[in-house]
Design a protein around this ligand. Structure first.
Ligand SMILES: NC(=O)c1ccc[n+]([C@@H]2O[C@H](COP(=O)([O-])OP(=O)(O)OC[C@H]3O[C@@H](n4cnc5c(N)ncnc54)[C@H](O)[C@@H]3O)[C@@H](O)[C@H]2O)c1
Length: 335
């Protein structure tokens, strides 16, 4: 006998579907033939991110805050929870709401997964490692987080959300899976969202001083958005629940000064670098150990920073209304 899900296309709910990563995920799911429901309160997400998706009859968007109860008519086979502001200025603007989004909102969606028998993927974060004492970070590292600082609404909120996922899993209430996402960049990041990649690109394009927090010697590892989306879908589609969190990120590590050098090589600007104090609890080093993702999901990133950065710059150039660089210039400069 055919099962319920082989008789029809699967329906996937993406919470945070109008955000940077969420909109790319919705697009990839539609391209894979899924019915997609985006649930978003547009706190940091934008209508324009999903404007092109409205052309698909299989796409629905619902304006809703996941802190409030949610019921959906009809079947749901899979739920991705990406709903949460990801940039520090955005999540610190209303820290109580950020914490509630992570705790109450994740509970809302886990309850929904339980009622529908849906597989659940939680977008957790490398921030659960805090300012790490282990390098690179493996999933068994329990982290070094300040639970009372200004980042705690996000870091501790995400840790609580992970705990909820594993509680639902152990209780047999939902097939919950957890991805720990490291810095991801690409088109559709908000120009004003305050993350390092968008900050440097936008400042270079506008010939403004490049703001660097701290000495610029702190490191990050940058994953291109299409690689992340592929990893999230691989985690959802894995036949067996890994029953452990999985790091998704690009292990190539760069200092912030190196990132600034790469941006300036692609967007020549005479702008000076403005060194500002490091924000409270800002991590010094960040690099994922992705052995578990390689082994469990057969996943590894494909897109290097030299490939992803020009694509991202071209996109920012188009949205901030400055003519894009001549075709091919980015790749030539990146060599
Ligand atoms: N992009 C990264 O580098 C990164 C790194 C680690 C983790 N993550 C996680 O991935 C997810 C997506 O990140 P992003 O970069 O796309 O961020 P984003 O801010 O662009 O997207 C978040 C989306 O969630 C929506 N949202 C926020 N609170 C909500 C609520 N209470 N109810 C409904 N919708 C809500 C926002 O409007 C937005 O559309 C987040 O959960 C984030 O924590 C991202």
């Amino acid at each position: 006998m055919l099962t319920r899900t082989t008789q029809r296309e699967k329906t996937v709910l993406v919470a945070g579907g109008a955000g940077f990563v969420g909109s790319h995920l919705c697009e990839a799911l539609l391209q894979a033939g899924r019915n997609v429901i985006s649930v978003d309160n547009y706190l940091t997400g934008l209508q324009r991110n999903i404007a092109d998706l409205r052309g698909f009859a299989r796409f629905t968007s619902i304006a809703h805050d996941i802190c409030d109860p949610l019921e959906i008519d009809g079947p749901i086979d899979a739920i991705y929870n990406l709903a949460c502001a990801a940039s520090p200025p955005a999540y610190q603007a209303d820290p109580v709401h950020t914490m509630m989004t992570n705790v109450l909102g994740t509970k809302t969606l886990l309850d929904l997964a339980e009622r529908h028998g849906a597989t659940f993927v939680q977008a957790s974060t490398s921030e659960v490692y805090g300012d790490p004492e282990q390098h690179p970070q493996r999933e068994d590292y329990r982290g070094h987080v300040n639970c009372t600082g200004p980042r705690a609404c996000y870091d501790e909120g995400k840790r609580a959300a992970e705990a909820l996922c594993f509680d639902f899993l152990r209780a047999g209430r939902a097939d919950a899976r957890v991805a720990r996402i490291f810095n991801t960049y690409g088109p559709r990041m908000r120009p004003d969202d305050g993350r390092i990649v968008s900050n440097l690109i936008v400042q270079a394009l506008k010939s403004e001083p490049l703001t660097i927090y701290g000495s610029g010697q702190q490191t990050r590892s940058f994953c291109y958005v299409s690689d992340l989306v592929r990893g999230l879908m691989a985690l959802m589609d894995a036949s067996a629940n890994p029953e452990m969190p999985i790091n998704l990120g690009n292990p190539a590590e760069f200092t912030i000064n190196e990132l600034a050098d790469k941006v300036v090589a692609l967007v020549p600007t005479g702008s000076p670098r403005l060194y500002r104090p490091l924000p409270c609890d800002d991590p010094q080093r960040r690099r994922p150990d992705i052995s578990r993702a390689r082994k469990t999901l057969g996943w590894a990133p494909d897109v290097t920073l030299a490939e992803g950065l020009p694509r991202t710059i071209d996109w920012f150039a188009s949205v901030i209304s400055r003519p894009a660089r001549p075709a091919g210039m980015a790749r030539q400069s990146a060599r």
